[in-house]
Design a protein around this ligand. Structure first.
Ligand SMILES: Nc1ncnc2c1ncn2[C@@H]1O[C@H](COP(=O)(O)OP(=O)(O)OP(=O)(O)O)[C@@H](O)[C@H]1O
Ligand SMILES: Nc1nc(=O)c2ncn([C@H]3C[C@H](O)[C@@H](CO)O3)c2[nH]1
Length: 228
């Protein structure tokens, strides 16, 4: 059983790489609830009012996916539960949560993490973190085109996104729930460039082999077709 989780800021390419990787490894993808998420547009329209509700929504949907993923064979998850607190803390730090909401959130998170410890598999096998600069992040957010994430929708998002990148750096450095590796999302266009896609799959395959999670003679074509 191998569970891989992707991490990285908004628009880094987690969902895209989840699709590629799960197809390549023949495993099941688990996507974050975004397009079917009724709270996300409310949050972007009024972050102070909806930050707490959005966090609880994400925690709940993430918990469902994890419970499912950790009891099945092989999986790829497009964001880790360990990033939830990063988002919440950042929003709390900019005044979008009351002290009661902060206390309640951390109690709930602690409670849920306690449940995870009782699962047959407690942690993922590997975290694959996609690193991107601010410019790449904005380019990808534009390309994907969710209206409420655009700087033209709310110019304060520039500060929000830059702050998010600052929070991610120490978060990744301190992450120690599983082995981890970084992908250079600025240089590697694994969506449009087949050579870059091959490079990324080779890097992940090498790490899985090193960890004994893939046979040494695993040699599968990286020529897989994914809908953008
Ligand atoms: N390495 C890449 N090179 C070029 N384009 C990319 C790359 N990764 C993702 N994209 C494009 O960038 C956009 C955002 O990608 P994606 O939705 O996978 O990001 P994400 O990290 O899952 O975002 P979110 O955190 O918001 O869910 C998509 O339009 C995707 O096609
Ligand atoms: N506030 C907040 N807390 C979270 O835990 C969280 N997880 C994801 N997101 C937002 C980022 C993208 O817009 C979109 C897709 O990742 O959802 C979050 N926003």
């Amino acid at each position: 059983m191998t569970v891989i989780v992707l991490s990285g800021p908004i628009g880094a390419g987690k969902s895209s790489l989840t699709g590629i990787l799960s197809k390549y490894l023949g495993t099941k993808p688990f996507y974050e609830s975004v397009d079917d998420n009724p709270v996300l547009p409310l949050f972007y329209a009024d972050p102070k009012k909806y930050a707490f509700l959005l966090q609880v929504y994400f925690l709940n949907t993430r918990f469902h996916s994890i419970k499912d993923a950790l009891t099945q064979d092989n999986n790829v998850l497009d964001r880790s539960i360990y990033e939830d607190a990063l988002f919440f803390q950042m929003n709390a730090d900019i005044g979008r949560a009351t002290s009661e909401e902060v206390d309640t959130y951390y109690e709930l998170l602690h409670n849920m993490m306690g449940e995870l410890k009782r699962m047959p598999k407690k942690n993922p096998d590997l975290l694959v973190h996609i690193n991107v600069s601010y410019d790449t992040m904005i380019k990808r957010i534009k390309k994907r085109g969710r209206p409420y994430e655009q700087l033209s929708y709310d110019s304060s998002l520039e500060d929000y996104y830059k702050r998010l990148l600052r929070y991610y750096k120490p978060w990744y450095e301190n992450y120690d729930y599983s082995p981890k590796m970084e992908i250079d999302g600025d240089k590697l266009d694994f969506m449009a460039n087949p050579e870059d896609k091959q490079t990324v799959l080779e890097q992940i395959t090498a790490k899985l082999k090193e960890m004994g999670k893939l046979p040494e003679d695993w040699d599968k074509s990286t020529d897989i077709q994914i809908e953008a």
